[in-house]
Design a protein around this ligand. Structure first.
Ligand code: KG4
Ligand code: ZN
Length: 335
């Protein structure tokens, strides 16, 4: 079965082509630049940009992979959660093409896409496993028992970790979205121990909180005025360390409590090299396995949607009516 995947939930227009016999055949992503001037995603601009990009991107992918529409067996699209207008662009495109090409469609949960992305890699986990899902909108610890059977173990009480990276990056004068730029700036720090931000990890349980960390950055910046580029690099390093320490402490706690031995890290923040390196070392020391997608499949992409769609369509599932769910909790997915 060969499935086209369409992702338009936020500010990436992305497509992927997955074949259940041959694996991933191709994928293309265009990151919108229209939002940079606004310091955050402007929903209406996102929708308009998706409208312009999506068809040429599908066309380019089919050409690149030498695939004719008659060779497709289904179309998968991100149905939620995400920006309503942006989701609608992908959903209407999927249903329109499916009608023209007489194919089944399937609406996919964006986070299920992220969670299954490590299955696109040669080293893939097996169910059950623990997932640390870290993106611009989510910071969750999820027990994945089987396809569609997910149990939320921990969530953020305020900002998502990617959001905290982006807000801190903005405070340091970096363009939106600044997570990757902040991580790059942190590598420039010549005094990595100069500042130490609080780690709100003493609290019991598996929930996260990141708003205090951002406030600590604001407070420190005020005391340093005027802030030099050296200061900024040291702050970026201290912020990254505090955020990652928090993620790791809760993740290790969840592994211990759940008795799971496989950990998946997914979502945009999983592209962070410091997080990946530290968890890889800990996995070796503590005897668990860690899986993460390549960095381009950590951030939003069409390959993960094509993959999740292929699994669900293969099981005979389909979405007959055009539907989107801008708010859609992951654990209520059907198996
Ligand atoms: O999964 P994703 O592409 O979109 C959402 O579903 O939110 O994640 C985007 C988030 C942004 O907050 C971005 O700043 C962050 O992932 N991000 C990073 C890195 N690369 C992307 N955060 C920290 N370090 C990185 N290397
Ligand atoms: Zn995402």
């Amino acid at each position: 079965m060969r499935v086209l995947g369409i992702e338009t939930s936020c500010d990436e227009t992305a497509v992927g082509l997955f074949d259940t016999n041959q694996g991933l055949l191709g994928h293309l992503t265009v990151t919108q630049t229209v939002h940079t001037a606004y310091g955050g995603v402007v929903p209406e601009l996102a929708s308009r940009d998706h409208v312009q990009k999506i068809l040429p991107l599908i066309d380019a992918l089919l050409k690149q992979t030498r695939t004719r529409s008659t060779e497709l067996n289904g179309i998968a699209y991100t149905a939620g959660p995400g920006l309503a207008g942006a989701l609608l662009v992908g959903a209407t495109q999927a249903h329109g093409l499916a009608l023209a090409w007489q194919l089944p469609t399937i609406g996919i949960h964006h986070l299920e896409g992220h969670l299954l992305a490590p299955f696109l890699e040669p080293q893939a986990p097996t169910f059950p496993f623990l997932t640390l899902l870290v993106s611009g909108g989510h910071t969750q610890l999820i027990r994945a028992n089987a396809l569609g059977q997910y149990q939320l173990l921990g969530d953020t009480l305020d900002d998502a970790v990617g959001e905290a990276f982006d807000k801190t990056a903005k405070l340091l004068g970096l363009p939106y979205p600044g997570g990757a730029a902040l991580a790059a700036l942190a590598t420039q720090s010549r005094h990595p121990d100069r500042f130490r931000f609080p780690r709100p990890i003493q609290k019991k349980g598996l929930n996260f909180s990141f708003s205090g960390l951002k406030t600590a950055v604001v407070t420190l910046l005020k005391t340093l005025e005027p802030v030099s580029s050296e200061d900024k690099a040291d702050i970026a390093k201290a912020f990254e360390e505090a955020a990652i320490d928090t993620l790791i402490t809760k993740t290790l706690r969840a592994l211990e409590q759940s008795a799971l031995t496989q950990l998946v890290i997914a979502g945009g923040v999983a592209a962070n090299q410091t997080l990946r390196t530290r968890l890889t070392h800990l996995a070796l020391q503590q005897g668990f396995s860690v899986f993460y997608p390549r960095p381009t499949f950590c951030t939003d992409n069409g390959a993960m949607i094509a993959y999740a769609g292929a699994l669900r369509l293969s099981r005979g599932e389909s979405t007959t009516h055009l539907s989107i769910r801008p708010r859609w909790p992951l654990p209520v997915l059907s198996s």
